[in-house]
Design a protein around this ligand. Structure first.
Ligand code: SF4
Length: 115
């Protein structure tokens, strides 16, 4: 992927905000007003998968899942596995407050989790 600005642009990661929901209410949250959280809005599964396909098409080596709290999205295991099977590096932003079992698979695929 190159733009005509005199030097190549090679994005390292595609950042996907897959949900606006969160299980915490941090006062410093960048999402701001809690009104957003009440909607519990998730990006539809097929849309997330299409974005991962675009990541592959554009040879971007990594996919970052974030939110809100990415682990709340019901499709998080599917997304991690889908990206993993396409040789994408997976980065999962999380507050680590989900059930521990939920981190087993993404954690294995991601090689760790971070917030
Ligand atoms: S864990 Fe992150 S997304 Fe959730 S309320 Fe705190 S700062 Fe916001």
């Amino acid at each position: 992927m190159n733009a005509d600005i005199g030097f190549p642009i090679n994005p390292f990661e595609l950042k996907l905000e897959i949900t606006q929901a969160c299980n915490l209410r941090c006062s410093f949250c960048y999402l701001g007003d809690a009104e957003l959280w009440r909607d519990n809005r998730h990006l539809p599964d097929d849309e997330v998968l299409r974005w991962i396909d675009r990541d592959v098409e554009n040879r971007i080596p990594a996919v970052r899942f974030t939110g809100g709290e990415a682990t709340i999205h019901p499709g998080i295991r599917l997304f991690c596995n889908y990206a993993y099977l396409q040789n994408r590096r997976i980065i999962l932003n999380t507050n680590a407050m989900a059930d521990a079992s939920l981190y087993d698979e993404p954690g294995r695929l991601c090689g760790g989790v971070s917030e």
